[in-house]
Design a protein around this ligand. Sequence first.
Ligand SMILES: O=C(O)CCC(=O)C(=O)O
Ligand SMILES: [Fe+2]
Length: 271
Amino acid sequence: MTLQTDMRRDGYVILRGLLRPDEIARLRGELRAHFARSWHAEGLGKHQPEAALKIPAIGWIYHHPAILQGFRAVSGSDALVFTANSDAHMNMLSWWHKDTSENQGGCFSGDYFARPGCNVFRAGIYLQDQSHKGGLTVRPGSQTSRSPMTGPAETLKTAAGDVVFFDIRLSHAGQFPDPVETALLRAARIRRLRSTATVLKHGWHRLMRKPDKLSLFFTYGAAAADTEEFCHFEWNRQARGRNGIAPPLTPVLSGGLERAGVRFGAMAAGG
Ligand SMILES: O=C(O)CCC(=O)C(=O)O
Ligand SMILES: [Fe+2]
């Protein structure tokens, strides 16, 4: 009950120590191996959207028992739906935003910031201790404000193995750029300077002895109208540029979800 109360009030909850050290090491290795070969350049770092489709090796994390238990606890629902939405990041800079895609028309209909609660939650996993520099910075309670810039900010200190669960309407940011990175980000807006800016950012990162920052985010919902809307939105996004049909999850992942008693929403919503 208190976790649901905290989620309603603050828009986020940290659950400590959900992943074991060997699981953290495994996930780090799998993400590193992926990012050595494939990524989208973003925020002068590496981003893998659709990580549940594009990084088959990490399928196990999407039905990890302790994380599913976390989603059940914060949502107050035993009936969970995996939305197929997931992003992996390495050394990516970011800025204040919400995960509700207002720049693409919004993932929900109606005045969704006016509702006190929402049934769609994201898990954020940082794969190293973020005790000196925080991992995620949030604006507690901002899940009901439309602007991502409203309200006081709090930087969350997490240890590898902790998972941050948050209402997808919460205003949050990952790694803010320092002044040098701000200048490089500005340069990278000019197309022909982008790759030079990325190389310089990498050099700066090394010079300043900044540790690599790896993270994984993914979205679950409680079986409810919000979640159906989110799944439709995600299915349509994944279908774009693919002849109007979103790709199915790998059989290994869909089998794992089924065994864990989780519905795979995007397929159900799109079919
Ligand atoms: O870069 C980060 O750590 C934050 C990532 C994030 O907010 C997201 O994937 O939605
Ligand atoms: Fe986000």
